[in-house]
Design a binder for this molecule. Structure first.
Ligand code: ZN
Length: 504
C-alpha cells in the first residue's frame, strides 16, 4: 500500500495517493512520510502541513508506530520552504526542537534552507552557528552560502567560503553560490579570483554568473571575451545577459550580436524583444523598432503575466499585473497614489523605458504603477501596523522601476521590505535606527521640541539646532525607528514604537 501511495505521488496523482492512504486500516510512520513528501513533490505544501499537524497534534487516533521521525520533519520543512511563510516554518522548527529531532544534521540543513527561503537569513545563520564544527557537512556550507548569496550578502558568503575547513572540499555548487554572492554584491574582482581558483570544471552556470557579473559592472568587452573563449557553446541565458547589459550601457553593435544569437537559439520571450526594441528606440531607429514588433506578432511571442504574493496574518494574497479585481481595490489604488506622492518627494522618477508599448508618457507611468509587486506592497502597507516587515514573492524578476520604488517606500514608510523574485531576495532597509530612548534624546539635545501624537506608540521630536554629535546616535536600537530630514538646521525624529525603559 505504501508503495502504491509513493507511485501515485511520483506520477503527480496526489488525490489517488490520498485515497489509498485514507482507506488503509493501519499505518506506520513510513506511510505518513511517503504521503507527506509526495504532497510536497506534487506542489501541495498546504496538504503536507495539514498532514503534519494531524500527525503531530497527538490526535488520539495516532499509534506509537506513527511517531514522527526526521523524515517527517524534513518533509514538513520542505513544505514551509515552498510556501515561503516563516510562521509555519517556526512552528515545524519548534516541534523539531521539542522532539529533539533538530539535533540531526540533515534536519539542521533543511532548516537553514527553509529560513533562507522564507526570507530570514539571520535565522538561517543562527541555525548554522548552532551546529558543532565537526558535524558540518558540505551540504551545510553550500546551503548557508547559497542563503547568504540569495540575500545579497556576498561579502559574508565570501568570508565564510574562505574560512571553510580544509577537510571539506568545495564542489561546483559551492563555487556557484560564492560566485552568485559576488555577483549580487558587485564584488567583481573577488568573483574573478574565485572563478580562476576553481578546482572543478566550470559549468554553463558558472560561466553565466561570471558573464552576468562583468555585464553588471559595465565590463562588456571582458564579458564578450569570456563568451568567445568558453569551451562550450554559450546558452540563451548568457546571450540574454549580454543583450540586457548592452541596452543598459547603450552598446548597439554588441546588442545586435546578442539579439541575433538569442533569436537563433529560438527565444520566444517578450522580454528579449522588448530589450532589442528599446535599444533601437533609444537610438531613434524607429524602422527597426517596427521590424521587431512585426517579428513579435509573427512569432507568437509568449508573455508570462507577472504576479506577486504577500502574506498578511497567515493568508496569502495574490496580485496580477494590472489587476483591479481585489476586494479592496479602491483602498489599494488610494494607497498607490499616496505612495507616489511620498516617493516623488524623495526624488523618484518613473523608469518608463521598461514599458514597450507605443503609448504616451503618462500612460506608461500608469502602467508601471500596476506592476504586481507594487500592488502587493501598497496592500501590505495598508493592511499591517507601522514598522511591520513586508515580504513579497514575485514569479518573475523584479523590474528596475519596482526596485527603485521598493527602496524609496522603505525609506518613506520606515519599513523593511523583502522581495523574493525568480532570481534572489532583495532586501530594502532604508530605515535609520538609534539606541537611546526618548529621555536620553531629550538630555542630549537642548533645543528639542517634543510633540507626542495621540497614538501611544508615536513620538515626534523636532530638533531645531544641528548638534554635531548627531552621528553618535545612528546605531543600535531595536524598538525605535527614526527618520531624519536633513535640512541644515532641522532634524525630525519619529519614534514609531516607544518602549519604556522598564521593559527593556
Ligand atoms: Zn515592475
Amino acid at each position: 500500500m505504501t508503495t502504491l501511495i509513493d507511485a501515485y505521488a511520483k506520477c503527480g496523482r496526489i488525490d489517488n495517493a490520498r485515497n489509498v492512504f485514507d482507506e488503509m486500516p493501519c499505518r506506520d510512520i513510513t506511510t505518513w512520510n511517503v504521503l507527506l513528501s509526495g504532497s510536497v513533490l506534487c506542489g501541495h505544501p498546504h496538504l503536507a502541513l495539514h498532514l503534519f499537524r494531524q500527525l503531530c497534534g497527538f490526535s488520539s487516533s495516532v499509534s506509537p508506530n506513527e511517531t514522527p521521525d526526521s523524515s517527517t520533519v524534513i518533509a514538513a520543512i520542505a513544505a514551509c520552504s515552498q510556501l515561503g511563510t516563516i510562521a509555519n516554518g517556526e512552528e515545524v522548527h519548534s516541534f523539531a526542537r521539542a522532539s529533539q529531532l533538530d539535533s540531526q544534521i540533515i534536519v539542521k540543513n533543511a532548516l537553514i534552507d527553509m529560513y533562507s527561503k522564507c526570507g530570514s537569513v539571520d535565522m538561517a545563520m543562527k541555525v548554522f552557528r548552532s551546529m558543532s564544527k565537526p558535524d558540518m557537512t558540505l551540504i551545510s556550507y553550500n546551503t548557508i552560502l547559497h542563503a547568504l548569496s540569495m540575500h545579497g550578502r556576498g561579502a559574508d558568503a565570501l568570508k565564510m567560503f574562505e574560512k571553510m575547513p580544509r577537510h571539506i572540499e568545495p564542489d561546483s555548487i559551492t563555487y556557484l553560490a560564492v560566485l552568485c554572492g559576488c555577483n549580487h554584491a558587485g564584488l567583481v574582482d573577488d568573483g574573478l579570483r574565485v572563478f580562476n581558483s576553481m578546482r572543478v570544471t566550470p559549468s554553463m552556470k558558472h560561466y553565466g554568473t561570471l558573464v552576468n557579473m562583468l555585464c553588471r559592472a559595465g565590463r562588456l568587452n571582458e564579458a564578450y571575451d569570456v563568451i568567445n573563449t568558453m569551451p562550450s557553446e554559450p546558452d540563451m541565458v548568457i546571450w540574454h545577459t549580454l543583450l540586457g547589459a548592452s541596452q543598459t550601457y547603450g552598446d548597439v553593435p554588441l546588442a545586435e550580436v546578442a539579439a541575433k544569437k538569442v533569436a537563433e537559439l529560438g527565444s520566444n520571450m517578450d522580454g528579449d524583444y522588448v530589450l532589442l526594441s528599446n535599444i533601437y528606440a533609444s537610438n531613434s531607429r524607429w524602422h527597426d523598432v517596427d521590424h521587431v514588433r512585426t517579428r513579435m506578432q509573427c512569432n507568437d511571442v509568449i508573455k508570462i503575466p507577472g504576479f506577486s504574493y504577500i502574506e498578511i496574518n497567515g493568508t496569502m494574497h495574490m496580485f496580477i499585473k494590472g489587476d483591479r479585481s481585489h476586494p479592496i481595490w479602491k483602498e489599494i489604488s488610494n494607497a498607490l497614489h499616496i505612495i507616489s506622492v511620498r516617493i516623488r518627494a524623495l526624488g523618484y522618477v518613473p523608469e518608463v523605458q521598461n514599458v514597450l508599448h507605443d503609448i504616451g508618457e503618462e500612460e506608461k507611468q500608469h502602467e508601471l504603477y500596476l506592476h504586481s509587486e507594487k500592488l502587493a506592497i501598497a496592500f501590505g502597507l495598508i493592511s499591517t501596523d507601522p514598522g511591520v516587515e513586508l515580504r513579497v514573492i514575485k514569479n518573475l524578476r523584479i523590474c528596475g522601476d519596482c526596485h527603485a520604488v521598493a527602496k524609496l517606500v522603505s525609506k518613506a514608510y520606515n519599513r523593511v521590505i523583502v522581495v523574493r523574485d525568480r532570481a534572489r531576495f532583495h532586501r530594502f532597509e532604508e530605515i535609520i535606527t538609534i539606541s537611546p530612548n526618548s529621555s536620553t534624546l531629550v538630555k542630549q539635545f537642548n533645543h528639542v521640541t517634543i510633540r507626542s501624537y495621540s497614538s501611544p506608540n508615536v513620538y515626534i521630536f523636532i530638533i531645531l539646532k544641528h548638534v554635531p554629535s548627531t552621528s553618535i546616535l545612528w546605531s543600535g536600537g531595536e524598538h525605535e525607528s527614526f527618520r531624519r530630514y536633513p535640512s541644515p538646521n532641522v532634524y525630525i525624529f519619529i519614534i514609531l514604537k516607544h518602549v519604556p525603559r522598564s521593559s527593556a
